[in-house]
Ligand binder design. Structure first.
Ligand code: FEO
Length: 363
């Protein structure tokens, strides 16, 4: 997606920035860059509301895009759906050019003060509607999707939901709308995003999906990736599946290897697993990224994990995967283990102790 202004509907534009070369987000690996979407809404009074901004390093693109529509001085309100720096980092630069009212949740208002010294943000409550420039904006907090401060903003007349992180994808596509981009890629990236960011908060994400559906939006405009229109039912279906129990027919096999022994054993394990499971996702951590394992674990009921022993412990790559499992809490329930060693074992015992401590059951 290029850094160009895109008209979304009458009087509504996407004015954010693309970051196609970005490969890391929160430290996890992303495949197709990302975008920081911000939206500009023209009121009936000819003034403007800005919904979210972009990360600080992209402030000049945002400012330039807004300037194609209006002088920044005409921005009368900014809606901050979330204060994480990828959406709020350019706020100080925008505020050098205008003096808008700022709307945010109470949690976001506190963070705006601590992060940027902004003291006058107006705290909004669930279901509160504000008429700004003749347009009615309604706010719905969505705590922990992705921070406690998150909310979504709905324009009922346009049936347009600005969903911020929810339904987002790290995907710098060649177009803004799902109908013009490759929506199957967008769905795959939405799952990768959900697994690596939202997964620990599946219950809250389910609430957000239910709330979004109750509004019957026709368009959902997240702050990353493509905007959902025709394929909105597909992303809603995906979120429902990801928030539900994973299918018992899907499993993930992940392993590391030092001298090839564990890789050989993994090949045997894969054959066994393919007899038990319809879908087996296999990852060799010598070349595959842990973020992709986490992605597969978001839909798996079982994990099969293998590691050589490194001085009584699993390898550093397996230890990192275990740390990510502890943090992101994928919904698989059972695990099986295998390992190799030369002169002394310990990896399997260590992996078992950790996975059981995280609440998973050995099979
Ligand atoms: Fe895209 Fe939680 O920020």
């Amino acid at each position: 997606m290029k850094n160009t202004v895109t008209r979304l509907s009458e009087g509504i534009w996407q004015v954010g920035a693309a970051d196609p070369d970005c490969t890391r987000f929160h430290g996890y690996y992303i495949h197709r860059g990302t975008t920081y979407n911000a939206y500009l809404v023209r009121g009936e009074n000819g003034k403007f509301t800005l919904i979210d901004t972009v990360r600080d390093s992209k402030a000049s693109e945002l400012i330039g895009n807004i300037a194609q529509i209006t002088p920044l001085s005409q921005i009368e309100a900014i809606i901050v759906n979330h204060t994480e720096p990828d959406h709020s980092g350019a706020l100080p630069v925008v505020l050098q050019n205008c003096s808008p009212r700022i709307y945010a949740t109470a949690a976001a208002a506190k963070l705006l003060k601590s992060q940027y010294g902004i003291e006058n943000a107006i705290s909004v409550k669930a279901g509160q509607t504000e008429t700004i420039g003749g347009r009615e904006f309604t706010f719905y907090p969505t705590p922990m999707v992705h921070w406690p401060d998150n909310m979504v903003t709905y324009l009922a007349k346009d049936k347009l939901l600005f969903s911020n992180d929810a339904f987002g994808q790290h995907y710098a596509a060649n177009a803004l709308l799902d109908v013009d981009a490759d929506y199957t890629v967008a769905l795959a990236e939405a799952r990768h995003y959900f697994a690596n960011i939202v997964m620990p908060f599946r219950a809250q994400a389910k609430n957000a999906v239910d709330a979004a559906l109750s509004l019957s939006p026709k368009t959902v405009a997240p702050s990353h990736g493509v905007v959902w229109t025709k394929h909105l039912p597909d992303i809603v279906k995906l979120y429902k599946e990801l928030c539900d129990k994973p299918s018992a027919s899907v499993c993930t096999l992940a392993f590391d290897s030092m001298w090839g022994g564990c890789a050989e054993e993994a090949a045997n394990k894969e054959k066994e697993l393919r007899e038990q499971f319809k879908e087996v996702h296999v990852f060799d951590l010598r070349k595959d990224h842990i973020s992709d394992v986490i992605d597969a674990l978001s839909i798996s009921a079982h994990l099969c994990l293998g590691s050589p022993t490194h001085y009584l412990h699993p390898t550093a790559r397996i230890a990192t995967l275990l740390a990510e499992i502890e943090t992101l809490k994928p919904p698989f329930t059972t695990f099986s283990l295998f390992g190799t060693f030369g002169w002394g074992g310990g990896a399997v015992k260590c992996m078992k102790e950790k996975l059981e401590a995280f609440g998973y059951t050995a099979q």
